[in-house]
Design a protein around this ligand. Structure first.
Ligand SMILES: [Cu+2]
Length: 144
């Protein structure tokens, strides 16, 4: 009940004034994976794809998440696709400075074409990394 009240207050306070581009907008806190994304405040996409690739040719960072930084709207999904047979993980963390799993998601993608999809319901920044390649393989999902 408290949460419902808080959401209502936030919605009332936020009104529907147009937000400047790039401004994070609070979406419904109770939106689930089955709820259609419904934020008229942002043009961020509802779904994006990130590729795990080891074709960079950069000896310091031979494998990367591409693109490493993506933005989606609240309720949107990110789909990670492994482009080769290298063993990777998509592991959420509270901080890219520490790179310790935080338990939100931790998927193994170890075959060509392997995928992992996650739905982000709450606005915020969600850093993640690949455990075998933690030194250089990191990314962040920005949920607007
Ligand atoms: Cu990796």
């Amino acid at each position: 009940m408290r949460r419902v009240l808080r959401v209502l207050v936030v919605l009332l306070l936020a009104g529907c004034a147009p937000a400047p581009p790039g401004t994070p907008v609070t979406g419904p806190a109770t939106a689930g994976p089955d709820t259609a994304p419904s934020s008229p405040h942002t043009s961020a996409p509802a779904a994006v794809e990130v590729h795990l690739t080891c074709t960079t040719g950069n000896p310091d960072a031979p494998c990367v998440f591409r693109p490493a930084d993506v933005s989606i709207r609240a309720g949107g999904t990110v789909r990670w696709v492994n482009d080769d047979a290298t063993y990777h993980t998509v592991t959420s963390t509270g901080s890219l400075a520490r790179r310790v799993p935080d338990g939100r998601f931790n998927a193994i993608l170890d075959t060509v074409g392997a995928t992992f999809t996650y739905t982000f319901t709450r606005p915020g920044g969600y850093p993640y990394y690949c455990q075998p390649h933690a030194e250089f393989m990191t990314g962040t999902v920005h949920v607007l």
